[in-house]
Design a protein around this ligand. Structure first.
Ligand code: SAH
Length: 331
């Protein structure tokens, strides 16, 4: 729900200051309507039902994968912008949410479905939280990654304010990760933040020229300057930075490229996550063997890597896929 509208409406109704807190407590624990909030007077509940939509997002599509992954496509109540979020369920019981920070994305990473969509706008704090709350109403959740649509560091005020409230939803700061293309001012601000949030960097190529080709933002913030900012993050927080590396066949998956990657990363500070490419048209993904060989080459050169499980491939769960498809079929 729009927490600002909630505040002004409660003030308008002459309600005491603690009322908003009560409403948030119920909401953050996953109730589905104002009616369930039994310590809020009935007349206030019915006013809220009439005046403050329970969510700032409306579900337009929900896809369930065979592996338990659930992907929701929403539109903003305010202006109908597409937003997507994913719930991943793991065998060890972990429940991880992948949230969006923007509708669309102004950056144009060439392998990413969101990058091919027109940029919409930054999401509000409530629009970010409402993605998490949608899934919280299904079950308890304990991890969040900002790896949905958008570049979280370009909407960092709202992302951080949403993070402040995530512990109420069940997700501690330590179990929250912000993923970035390498937006240096954002990395610097996260370094200064009092919240112990994890940093993930989408690296994808250790070579400046290649990285600029597949991620044009590299022309603005070179990999060298991004890694310096990540080093400072590590020094300040003493928390390892996760490196995301999407495996593109014949583009960034050679032995020499693995060696180069191992050379630029200090294994004390960085952990590499190799991501099988979820095909969205423009590239072919590296095969299983190529990914395993790349991992072996990294290890041979002193740095560990994990291969990310692909999740929800049968439901287009890759970044931007669902929203991009919905837009294509709507236009
Ligand atoms: N803008 C931020 C967060 C959103 S993308 C960032 O770039 O980090 C989250 C991750 O998904 C990024 O690492 C991105 O490179 C990756 N990604 C995007 N499209 C993908 C695809 N088709 N297959 C696999 N990973 C993809």
């Amino acid at each position: 729900m729009d927490l600002q509208t909630l505040d002004t409406t409660l003030a308008d109704l002459g309600q005491p200051a603690f009322r908003a807190k009560q409403v948030w407590e119920w909401t953050s624990r996953g109730v589905a309507s104002y009616d369930a909030m039994t310590n809020v007077p009935a007349e206030v509940r019915s006013e809220l039902t009439a005046r403050v939509p329970f969510s700032t997002l409306e579900v337009t599509n929900e896809a369930h994968s065979k592996d338990g992954t659930v992907k929701a496509l929403f539109k903003t109540v305010k202006d109908g912008r597409p937003v997507e979020a994913v719930l991943m369920r793991y065998r060890d019981g972990r429940r991880s949410l992948c949230l969006s920070s923007q509708s669309g994305c102004p950056l144009t990473c060439t392998f990413c479905a969101t990058g091919t969509m027109k940029f919409g706008r930054n999401l509000t704090v409530s629009e970010i939280l409402d993605q998490a709350l949608h899934f919280r109403r299904i079950e308890e959740v304990d991890h969040v990654v900002f790896m949905g649509m958008g570049e979280p560091m370009m909407n960092l005020d709202n992302v951080l304010e949403a993070c402040r409230r995530l512990p109420d939803v069940g997700v501690t700061h330590r179990r929250t990760a912000i993923s970035t293309v390498g937006w240096v001012p954002g990395i610097e601000r996260l370094t200064e933040s009092d919240m112990p949030i994890r940093l993930a960097l989408s690296l994808h190529a250790a070579d400046e020229a290649l990285r600029s080709k597949i991620m044009p933002v590299n022309d603005r913030y070179s990999l060298a300057s991004v890694l310096e900012a990540c080093d400072r993050f590590y020094e300040a927080k003493k928390r390892m930075v996760f490196i995301e590396y999407v495996m593109l066949k014949g583009v960034n998956d050679s032995y020499a490229q693995a060696v180069q990657l191992a050379d630029v990363l200090d294994p004390k500070k960085y952990k590499i996550n190799l991501i099988p490419y979820n095909p969205t048209g423009s590239y072919d993904g590296s095969g299983r063997e190529a990914i395993a060989a790349f991992k072996a080459a990294l290890e041979e050169h002193g740095i560990g890597a994990t291969i990310r499980l692909t999740r929800g491939q049968d439901i287009d769960a890759a970044c931007g896929q669902l929203a991009a498809k919905a837009l294509a079929s709507a236009s």
